[in-house]
Design a protein around this ligand. Structure first.
Ligand code: PEP
Ligand code: MG
Length: 763
């Protein structure tokens, strides 16, 4: 059919079919009219140029069925009437598998499904191609002929490229006013449900982290130029990979080396290159050609049951992304948007805490990721930034485009994509309501957190960056219970030297305005990576070379930090706590290192703090069995419940599948926590809880009932926490807790909730 002419279209006999179709499609898109009339024109035109008696477009509905949306050749009455169940017939099969179906005698095929209302019985041959966008099947484009014929490869290519343009057209929103619940409405308003990582409501616009390049220009003005651009980009891609593999750190042998070698080999794959060239030669721009080949590869990847081959297809997918970035003139590392909207909602498959900090916090409104759990560090950073975040938002990246409107509901975990005006207005109301509630909390700002029966509860904030400190003032917290010093290291591009560290700690001290601050020594490792500190890749980083373990092996690191802290707090008080202590002996070693630095400074007559307090974080369960020894070595203890619970339950806090499986409000962890509270009371050692559980009112109620009198939390939790404390009778809660623990209550959360309701606690 290649080169076949049609007088009606006034086409020169030698012009390739695809080019003719593309040119006309471009005109159709530019013409006025609604989505339906454009689809009608498309099928008429494609049928004409491909000399097919029938051309039809089926679109996928949310239930997976396919609806006939436009046809040239079939009975017009069947439009919007004929529906195929998911996977039904050859057309359904094409959509399900995401591959072309090319049948010379379709009616003889066992999967053929006869629809009398369409009048299709007279057509024998059928060619169906999926309408894809970003690897997602939106529908099927079909041509049919009377004659028994096998369509040529050129025909398949032509129809597939046409389908790609149709896919772009559908996703461009021109179907918005159709009101149908077709699958592509997922490119319109949609809701994805995930888990709340950080509370709050955000209205904003999508910025894709490591964004997909959106191909907007499909047809080449100058095909020869496009081919040269493609060739140039392929050469650059290959050179880049060669350079990457030659890089010192990667040059050594190992699994990563094999993976990268295979990856480089794929970049030289002849078949891949041929497909790319053919796509561009057919009249597409270089970008559209790459996307066209990528679409097919994605469809293959989705069908691939074998994990190894699926992974290989993913390599091709990734190579295509790289090619698109090269064609768009973006260097591989420059994932940060140049023009970040002032109401940015970041959407990403996954994100580390440092990556989030790369973005301008003044413009960040929220974060949506496909993985993550509330205890993961990226969630903690989101909370520190005061932005709502939702995790486990399945396939969200596939469902958004940069610039899409989005609302994050950090109460329910819902993410509204391209929300309709009434949803926007409902959420604007909600934001106003929250602001009013915030006012109520603001009224508590100058109130101390004292329970109804007179127990003073210290309510501190967790912080890690200078701008967190403004929240302390706003919330009326008692102080900073946990200052995560590593966050400053993470936002820096080089290792901060002593003077720079001292200066930033001094700023923290000044901003705290005399309120106490507990600095935490560096907690690097796990999911907290410093770009300039080349750590070895570990199988289990959370229980690997992290925090104090790293500091003990690299004493200069710890020493510099201690000196900087001593300098910054000169004349005042330094409270320092040490993360991931596992034995009392370890704490003694740290204490000796600390005392040596302090002694040195004092001997030299340099300014030093008047009071120092050195504490340990209780995060590793081995300490339960060494509590007495430990408590003799410390001035205070702080329970890092995030880590402690993950180790207690052997449930990775960053793995959303298991992180929420165990309830901190259950007998085992509560008994464990009580053991620590009792021991600290016995030794007269002050104790705090600073993990995420301390920021949740019901959990905090339980902690107070266990005997804790100091808790530390994200700044946004302080208001609700004060309201809870002010309405609580601590002794009553302690008695209830004793009862519940004694009887080994199975539904501890339910029972505590019941208690709170009954006794009028403001949760
Ligand atoms: C904790 O583990 O509870 C804690 C406060 O430390 P981080 O979350 O920074 O590991
Ligand atoms: Mg911890």
């Amino acid at each position: 059919m290649q080169g076949r002419r049609n007088e009606e279209h006034g086409v020169a006999p030698s012009e390739p079919t695809l080019r003719i179709i593309m040119r006309r499609l471009r005109d159709i898109m530019a013409e006025s009219g609604d989505g339906q009339s454009r689809l009608d024109k498309i099928v008429r035109h494609v049928a004409g140029v491909m000399v097919a008696e029938v051309c039809s477009i089926y679109l996928k509905r949310q239930d997976g069925s396919l609806e006939l949306f436009a046809t040239e050749g079939l009975n017009p009455q069947s439009v919007h009437t004929t529906r195929l169940k998911r996977g039904e017939g050859l057309v359904g099969r094409c959509a399900e598998l995401g591959v072309p179906v090319n049948e010379p005698d379709a009616q003889k095929h066992p999967a053929y499904s006869y629809r009398p209302e369409t009048g299709e019985e007279v057509y024998h041959s059928l060619l169906a191609v999926p309408i894809l966008r970003s690897g997602q099947v939106l529908g099927v484009l079909v041509v049919q002929n009377h004659a028994y014929k096998q369509y040529s490869d050129d025909d398949v290519e032509t129809l597939a490229s046409t389908a790609m343009v149709v896919g772009e057209h559908l996703a461009s929103g021109s179907v918005a006013n159709w009101g149908a619940d077709i699958e592509i409405s997922r490119s319109l308003a949609a809701v994805i449900r995930g888990d709340v990582l950080s509370e709050g409501i955000a209205l904003g616009h999508v910025v894709l982290h490591e964004p997909r390049i959106v191909v907007t220009k499909l047809m080449a003005d100058d095909p020869a130029l496009e081919l040269r651009r493609l060739e140039g980009a392929i050469a650059e891609l290959r050179a880049g990979l060669d350079e990457m593999l030659g890089h010192q750190q990667l040059a050594s042998d190992g699994d990563h080396r094999d993976v990268l070698e295979a990856y480089r080999m794929f970049a030289h794959d002849r078949g891949w290159e041929r497909r790319l060239r053919e796509a561009v030669q057919s009249g597409l721009t270089a970008e559209a050609g790459v996307e066209r080949v990528q679409n097919s590869a994605r469809a293959r990847m989705l069908r691939q049951a074998d994990a190894y081959w699926a992974e290989r297809q993913r390599d091709f997918d990734d190579l295509s992304d790289r090619l698109l970035r090269i064609l768009a003139g973006r260097s591989s590392g420059s994932h940060l948007p140049v023009d970040m909207p002032s109401d940015t909602v970041l959407v990403a498959r996954t994100m580390g805490p440092a990556e989030l900090l790369d973005y301008d916090p003044a413009k960040l409104r929220g974060l949506v990721i496909e993985d993550g759990s509330p205890q993961s560090h990226v969630a903690i950073v989101a909370k520190a930034l005061g932005i709502p975040a939702v995790g486990r938002a399945v396939a969200v990246v596939e469902h958004v485009s940069p610039g899409d409107g989005v609302i994050i509901d950090g109460e329910t975990g819902e993410v509204h994509l391209r929300p309709l005006p009434d949803v926007v207005s409902a959420y604007s109301d909600k934001v106003r309501f929250r602001a009013r509630r915030q006012q109520k909390y603001e009224a508590l700002r100058d109130k101390k957190a004292i329970t109804k029966d007179g127990r003073r509860i210290e309510v501190n904030i967790n912080a890690g960056l200078l701008y967190d400190l403004q929240h302390m003032e706003e919330s009326g917290a008692d102080g900073i219970g946990l200052f995560r010093t590593e966050l400053q290291f993470m936002v820096s591009h080089t290792f901060p030297r002593l003077e720079r560290q001292a200066q930033s700690y001094r700023q923290v001290v000044e901003a705290a305005g005399g309120k106490p601050i507990v600095f935490r020594a560096l907690d690097i490792g796990g999911d907290k990576v410093l770009p300039y500190l080349h750590a070895v890749k570990e199988e289990n980083p959370a229980i690997g070379w992290r925090a104090i373990r790293m500091s003990l092996d690299r004493p200069a690191l710890f020493r510099t930090q201690v000196r900087a802290l001593l300098k910054a707090t000169a004349g005042g008080e330094l409270r320092l706590m040490v993360p991931m202590i596992s034995t009392a002996a370890e704490m003694l070693t740290v204490k000796a290192m600390f005392d040596r630095e302090l002694g040195l400074i004092r001997r030299k007559g340099l300014p030093s703090p008047e009071r120092v307090k050195l504490g340990a974080m209780f995060e590793v369960p081995s300490l339960f069995f060494e509590l007495d020894a430990l408590l003799k070595t410390v001035d205070f203890l702080s329970i890092g419940s995030n880590d402690l619970l993950q180790f207690l339950f052997a449930a990775d806090r960053t793995n959303a599948r298991v992180a929420n499986r165990y309830d901190p409000l259950s007998v085992a962890p509560l008994r464990a926590l009580k053991m620590v509270a009792d021991a600290c009371r016995g030794h007269g050692v002050p104790v705090t809880v600073c993990g995420e559980m301390a920021g949740r009112p019901l959990e905090a109620l339980a902690l107070i009932a266990l005997g804790f009198r100091s808790i530390s939390m994200a700044p946004s939790c302080v208001g609700p926490m004060k309201a809870m404390v002010l309405s609580l009778d601590a002794d009553l809660a302690a008695a209830e807790m004793e009862r519940l623990l004694a009887r080994g209550e199975k539904d501890m959360r339910g029972a505590l909730l019941k208690f709170a309701r009954k006794s009028g606690v403001d949760l």
